[in-house]
Design a protein around this ligand. Structure first.
Ligand code: HEM
Length: 227
């Protein structure tokens, strides 16, 4: 308990839970990229995940714990920081230089909002019930059709692109920062690790946004992908 109450304890928990969430975001992208192999590949992948049964629920439970720990520790740490320095500086001399570093709280709130919308859209399927309950030719939920029909609507694609920009902005500072909290780098390697963190965020942003953009460009259609 004493360890948790210290700032270092909270920072380590925030960093470790953040890296768990990063692992999910990377794996989720690899799964989603199956959309380029057509409906059967993506729908079979979604079915395989559902067939994991208890294991899937255990993974979902782990993710939820990581998310709660991450949000909880970030709120506790920013309240502690504010208490330690109740008066704002007359002249704001920011040591943190990048936009990503200065907007961690704002991008974190945007990521949470995006996640709530995303789960209502694709997991609970309440925002677009008209296109969310189709079955494919094998009688399994047609996740492919749900994604393509959704992203054919520019407003939904734009909402996703903004949400994923927030996710990647958050990661572009978060990855390097988490490595530092966990002591995975030292004075010498801080710049290199920060660079790798930003690179991972950019790759994830390109990979994720390519999906709605490919649908809007007509490269991925309801019948499959263009050769
Ligand atoms: C092009 C972008 C994305 C697409 C097409 C997409 C697609 C999907 C689909 C289809 C599902 C529901 C799977 C099912 O119930 O069969 C899902 C669930 C989910 N997505 Fe995404 N996703 C995208 C981006 C993201 C991002 C950036 C995040 C994280 C910040 C994310 C986090 C989640 C989570 C946490 C779930 C719930 C997982 C579960 O129920 O086990 N997604 N996504």
């Amino acid at each position: 308990m004493r360890w948790y109450r210290s700032s270092i304890g909270k920072k380590v928990l925030m960093a470790a839970s953040g890296l768990v969430l990063l692992g999910f975001v990377a794996m989720h992208l690899l799964g989603n990229l199956l959309i380029y192999q057509g409906p059967d590949a993506l729908n079979a992948y979604a079915k395989k995940l559902r067939d994991l049964g208890l294991l899937l629920w255990a993974a979902r439970g782990g993710l939820l714990v990581a998310l709660v720990v991450h949000v909880w520790t970030s709120i506790a740490l920013s309240l502690e920081n504010r208490r330690a320095r109740p008066q704002r500086y007359a002249v704001q001399r920011t040591r943190e230089t990048t936009i990503a570093a200065r907007s961690m709280l704002v991008s974190g709130v945007m990521v949470t909002a995006y996640l709530v919308y995303h789960l209502l859209h694709f997991t609970f399927r309440v925002t677009n019930p008209d296109i969310s309950h189709a079955m494919d030719r094998f009688g399994h939920p047609d996740v492919y059709a749900m994604v393509v029909l959704s992203f054919q609507q520019p407003a939904i694609s734009i909402a996703y692109i903004i949400g994923m920009a927030a996710v990647c902005l958050h990661l572009s500072h978060g990855i390097g920062s988490a490595c530092q909290s966990l002591g995975l780098n030292d004075e010498r390697t801080i710049p290199a690790v920060a660079f790798i963190g930003r690179l991972i965020a950019v790759v994830l942003f390109i990979g994720y946004t390519a999906i709605p953009l490919s649908v809007l460009a007509g490269l991925v259609t309801i019948r499959g992908t263009l050769p």
